[in-house]
Design a protein around this ligand. Structure first.
Ligand SMILES: C[S@@+](CC[C@H](N)C(=O)[O-])C[C@H]1O[C@@H](n2cnc3c(N)ncnc32)[C@H](O)[C@@H]1O
Length: 322
């Protein structure tokens, strides 16, 4: 709270369990008595919607949805990508999964809230079809889908018990605005849960020639596209700027080292480096030519067959009480 803005103190008296309707179902959200501070201009609940109006994403999604990208995303599970959230989930909860991509994490979340519901949104309509198929393959019937931009979510205030985004805020033009919007649609006492990679901390062995160039180029292209590739370290700061006062910030890693993991991880990066969404932006933006992209792909393939190979990826996480 700062002295320049008069801050209205709004006390939300909440019940231990509160009924809340989402879609066609009535669900329960775990709750606790809470006192909330709401700043009147720009930082308060609902302010983002009033100030921003229509969707305002200006960033370009760096990876695109090429098959080599989806091969990476479909490896993800709630256990390997959202462990920091799982203890807070209850079977009856209403969950919003933003930037759901092909939906493997979404499906796991849906299985964990069998008496509740998951609403899965993404800005890209095509990948939502893939997410629908993922959910259908698992015979889950408690998921619905919508095209939506995290900066301007098409839901009323206080709609969900949990609002989740995995590897999304690194790609958006205004992550603080995104978090304000996530907070707006999350009911008081619920959770906003975000996890993002932090590219500058990615590390590997052996130091195969060309791999440093991959990282340098990726970070340049991602920033030129309007994102922040080193998002993981910034999540706590962004959450505080968005008005959260109860933020649990943690970190966790992915590590690829077996023959199978190295083959999978190196080949998908070798391919996506030359796949249209990324390669076109790299070349058109003047960051690389085709030869450089080819050398980077070759570096990934050389690293992938190194028997000593090891690759680790740090993520930042925040679990914020709304
Ligand atoms: C790296 S993928 C993550 C997919 C999924 N959450 C996962 O971890 O497997 C990022 C996803 O966010 C989506 N996205 C990017 N900008 C977005 C925005 N402004 N609003 C909603 N979704 C967005 C992209 O289309 C993409 O599917």
């Amino acid at each position: 709270m700062n002295g320049t803005a008069a801050v209205h103190r709004v006390v939300h008296i909440t019940r231990q369990w509160s009924h809340h309707a989402v879609g066609s179902r009535t669900v329960l959200c775990s709750d606790r008595p809470a006192a909330r501070e709401v700043a009147p201009a720009g930082t308060g609940r609902g302010a983002a919607r009033e100030e921003t109006g229509m969707p305002k994403e200006t960033a370009v999604y760096t990876h695109g949805h090429h098959e080599s990208v989806l091969r990476s995303h479909t490896w993800r599970t709630a256990a390997n990508s959202a462990a920091y959230l799982l203890d807070s989930l209850k079977p009856h909860m209403a969950v919003l999964d933003i930037g759901c991509g092909p939906g493997t994490i979404t499906a796991d979340l849906a299985a964990l809230v069998p008496d509740g519901r998951v609403t899965a949104v993404d800005r890209a309509p095509d990948v939502l079809e893939r997410a629908r198929a993922t959910v259908a393959e698992r015979d889950l019937t408690n998921v619905d889908f919508a095209v939506a931009d995290v900066h301007d979510l098409p839901y009323p205030d206080d709609s969900f018990c949990v609002v989740h985004a995995h590897q999304v805020l690194q790609h958006v033009s205004d992550p603080v605005q995104a978090l304000r919007e996530m907070r707006r649609v999350c009911r008081p006492g619920g959770f906003v849960a975000v996890r993002d990679g932090d590219y500058a901390t990615m590390t590997w062995y052996p130091l195969t020639e060309g791999m440093d160039d991959w990282l340098d180029l990726y970070r340049r292209v991602a920033r030129a596209n309007g994102g922040e590739p080193d998002a993981g370290r910034r999540l706590k700061a962004w959450a505080l700027q968005a008005g959260f006062t109860d933020v649990r910030a943690t970190a966790s890693t992915w590590c690829y080292t077996t023959d199978e993991e190295r083959a999978w991880w190196s080949e998908l990066w070798a391919e996506r480096t030359q796949a249209p969404a990324y390669a076109d932006r790299a070349v058109q933006g003047g960051h690389a030519d085709a030869g450089r992209l080819e050398r980077i792909s070759a570096a990934w393939r050389r690293w992938g067959v190194e028997p000593d190979g090891w690759f680790a990826m740090l993520h930042g996480e925040v679990l914020c009480r709304a």
